[in-house]
Ligand binder design. Structure first.
Ligand code: ZN
Length: 376
């Protein structure tokens, strides 16, 4: 390729290395980082400057043109050649005296993979509008187990239909109008709907020990457009889960419902999400978040094309519905306590709060809404 002949291009010096992201993704070096929250352990990270003779803060906001994330050789194969390169050390400037400091960012091995499926519910017509993103998943075996349970529930409900040919979609089941227009749900009685959801609740709650369920609630601030809140919510839950899973040597793989309809089995590039993730990877703090473990760019696929996405839609709907109803002084028809234990998270005074509880902690989420949003 012509461009690799330029001595300025890193691939010129590393001929066996897969083309770098910057070569594949146009405009990567212009994508802005979008990380708003850091675990305190990272925010307070220090390094020793031998010139200052003391510990100084790590310049976490240092931004590179190419992400310093792991590099895979061209002959990389997960089975026969699973070697990849983690950055071991780099030189950064001391924020006090500008001297060069050798920094070894945290590194963990990559020993397992978790699959996480994500979906969102946006509620704009309430006093305090918000975005809710749910992630559901875990290791392959457990995801498969829970998906099999959902598939057999679908077979029980619609014995004559292939369970992959239709999906649970809460917006269509909940709204009487939408239900009437739906090719399957229109034939369901109220009792059948209620029983189906009850069964879905028990599949999720019954998998509490093996399945990870996350629900992030992010309030919209009046001034910023919805897409800004969506990006903040998306990055917050990614950073949270990337940090915690990579600490356990697990690489999370994210699959989200696409914003809009896409063709069968195709993934689609959503520019706002791509730019937020890849732009963030360029920042030094990202290396601290991911512990040097490779995390692939999240994928956006056809809506509901995996049972994991149906479950994530269910969780996001249930949590959003309860918060919506509370703001309208009512009780939800589908209480989140039926999901069992969920990792709930939301922005608060300390930056980002997270708690694994039964039932969405409504009071805590809404008490923190007014005063403590990070600035745009
Ligand atoms: Zn110094």
């Amino acid at each position: 390729m012509a461009e690799t002949e330029s001595p300025n291009n890193a691939a010129y010096f590393l001929p066996n290395v897969r083309r770098l992201r910057g070569d594949v993704v146009p405009g990567l070096d212009l994508m802005p980082p979008a990380i708003d929250f850091l675990p305190p352990q990272i925010a307070d990270a220090k390094m020793y400057c031998s010139h200052c003779r003391c510990d100084v803060p790590v310049p976490l906001k240092k931004t590179f043109s190419e992400p310093p994330t792991p590099v895979f050789p061209k002959d990389y194969d997960p089975v026969t050649n699973n070697k990849f390169w983690q950055l071991f050390a780099l030189e950064v400037d001391c924020p006090r005296c500008n001297a060069k400091v050798r920094l070894e960012p945290p590194r963990r091995p990559w020993t397992k993979t978790v699959n996480l499926y994500g979906n969102e519910a946006v509620r704009e017509t309430v006093a305090q509008p918000f975005v809710c993103i749910a992630l559901v998943g875990g290791s392959d075996r457990y995801v498969e187990e829970v998906c099999n349970k959902v598939a057999s529930l679908k077979r029980k409900l619609e014995p004559d239909r292939d369970p992959v040919s239709w999906r649970f979609h809460m917006a269509d089941i909940h709204s009487g109008q939408k239900r009437q227009r739906h090719k399957i749900f229109s034939s369901w009685t109220r009792d059948k709907c209620e029983q189906a959801l009850k069964d879905l609740f028990s599949v999720v709650a019954g998998s509490n020990d093996s399945l990870f369920v996350f629900a992030l609630v992010y309030p919209m601030s009046g001034a910023s457009p919805m897409i800004v809140t969506k990006r903040k919510a998306y990055m917050a839950i990614l950073c949270d889960t990337i940090y915690h899973f990579t600490q356990l040597e697990a690489s999370p793989r994210y699959t989200f419902d696409a914003d809009k309809a896409v063709n069968d089995n195709r993934s689609v590039i959503q520019n706002w999400a791509r730019s937020a993730f890849l732009g963030s990877e360029r920042q030094l703090m990202y290396l601290y978040l991911c512990h040097g473990v490779p995390v692939p760019e999240p994928q956006f696929v056809k809506q509901g094309s995996h049972i994991g996405l149906e479950l994530a839609d269910f969780v996001a709907f249930v949590v959003a519905r309860e918060l919506y109803c509370r703001q309208n002084g009512r009780q939800s028809e589908y209480m989140s306590s039926q999901l069992g234990k969920v990792y709930y998270s939301w922005p608060d005074t300390g930056g980002y709060a997270r708690e694994r509880t039964v039932g969405v902690p409504k009071g805590r989420i809404f008490s923190s809404i007014a005063s403590n949003l990070p600035p745009d």
